[in-house]
Design a protein around this ligand. Structure first.
Ligand SMILES: Nc1ncnc2c1ncn2[C@@H]1O[C@H](COP(=O)(O)OP(=O)(O)OP(=O)(O)O)[C@@H](O)[C@H]1O
Ligand SMILES: [Mg+2]
Length: 238
């Protein structure tokens, strides 16, 4: 897939993938999960990623986050290649800059909702971390659940804590994997509004994996994956 010349555009891009592929090792040998992915996303763009179950959406997000390394190709975030970074350097690079909402939440089970949200703020050196954490949890409708452990929260509540944790440091890049997948219509609507407006207000870039066509349409740009490849990419920023 051909993209504009890198040196002309890299600095102006929030996220760039060039010829990215990912193979997983299985008992039956290497299995290609993603292949030849080329995407250039500008700062402030809101991109929905759609595709059938198993098409590679979550794997793509892990590569964008630097949590998996591509088998082929290169991933750049904010003009910086993730290629040469060690895992520790990658973690420091992500801190305060990249917010991630995992499909399976990945909350810390021994910490309250409030502390789950406060931890990345502490790591980013935010002084009033607990006040900020409480504010964002209130924004996702959880002000009465601050002291709850994840095991005492419903699936949708855990999903909202995960979103609050990702949004609280006001990251420049928000990667969210089906963040409304476990929510009823009204909570899903509230969470979608929060994500889209957080990105609008802070000028953050959003990559939103979803099965919800109506939500995808609100993002402006829609990337469709099929069998690990980009099937279509519409509504790109000029
Ligand atoms: N480490 C791995 N080893 C083997 N297979 C893997 C691995 N990671 C992902 N896969 C396979 O890659 C494919 C894509 O998985 P992925 O989780 O990215 O799909 P998805 O599009 O997010 O699906 P869903 O909509 O169900 O969440 C699946 O068929 C999955 O079984
Ligand atoms: Mg997935």
């Amino acid at each position: 897939m051909t993209l504009p010349r890198e040196e002309e555009t890299a600095a102006a891009e929030a996220l760039r993938l060039d010829g990215v592929g990912f193979d997983a090792a299985t008992d039956a040998g290497a299995l290609t999960i993603l292949d030849d992915i080329g995407l250039a996303i500008k700062p402030g763009e809101r991109v929905a990623v759609l595709g059938p179950s198993g098409s590679g959406k979550s794997t793509l997000m892990m590569l964008m986050a630097g949590l998996e390394r591509p088998t082929r190709g290169r991933v750049c975030v904010g003009g910086e290649s993730l290629d040469g970074l060690s895992e520790d350097e990658m973690a420091v690079f992500r801190r305060g800059r990249v917010g991630i909402v995992f499909q399976a939440f990945h909350l810390i089970p021994t910490l309250s909702a409030l502390d789950n949200v406060a931890v990345p703020l502490d790591l980013a050196g935010v002084a009033d971390s607990r006040a900020r954490a409480a504010e964002v949890l209130a924004a996702v409708g959880l002000s009465r659940r601050l002291g709850h452990l994840p095991s005492k929260l419903s699936g949708g509540e855990q999903q909202r804590v995960a979103l609050a944790r990702a949004l609280a440091p006001r990251p420049g890049l928000l990667l969210a994997d089906e963040p409304t997948g476990n929510l009823d219509h009204d909570s899903g609507e509230a969470v979608a509004e929060l994500m889209l407006s957080a990105c609008g207000a802070d000028g953050a870039t959003l990559v939103l994996i979803t099965h919800d066509e109506a939500l995808a349409a609100r993002c402006g740009r829609i990337v469709r994956l099929r069998d690990g490849r980009v099937e279509s990419d519409t509504g790109r920023a000029a």
